[in-house]
Design a protein around this ligand. Sequence first.
Ligand SMILES: [Zn+2]
Length: 157
Amino acid sequence: MRIDRNIKEKGHDPYGEARKHTEGAYCPECQAVYQGGRWVWSDRPEASGSPLLCSACRRIRDDFPAGECYLSGKYLKKHRQEIENLIRKLIREARQRSPLKRMMDIRPDEEGLRVRLTDDHLARQIGDAVYRAYKGNLQLKYSGEEKFVRLYWHRDE
Ligand SMILES: [Zn+2]
């Protein structure tokens, strides 16, 4: 029973976000350091242990986001820059707190704006913040199979 569960958890966590790594490992891509059981920014990454690509950098390399936000509607078209600024600010602040919370890209699509992220919670934070600031309609689709969330925000008027 216990073994089954462990296998399942690994399967649900392909990027090892919940896995423990060797203390002091550093990411050669973004220079984050694994300390106290989590990835943190460090002033001296070169002074640490063995290189290990962090899960955010692995997701970016594989082009495999943990969260996606789709924003659409006439209101978005009118207030695009303002809304995009809010999202970018939120992402900047999240990234400062945690190396694993990063934007993969933000780009226009046919409907409006698409943001892809290395962290599912960050996607939810963005949805909450946009909804708090601009109301509209927020929908969340959470995949139970994998650690993945897709979020739709829409406002016309
Ligand atoms: Zn990294």
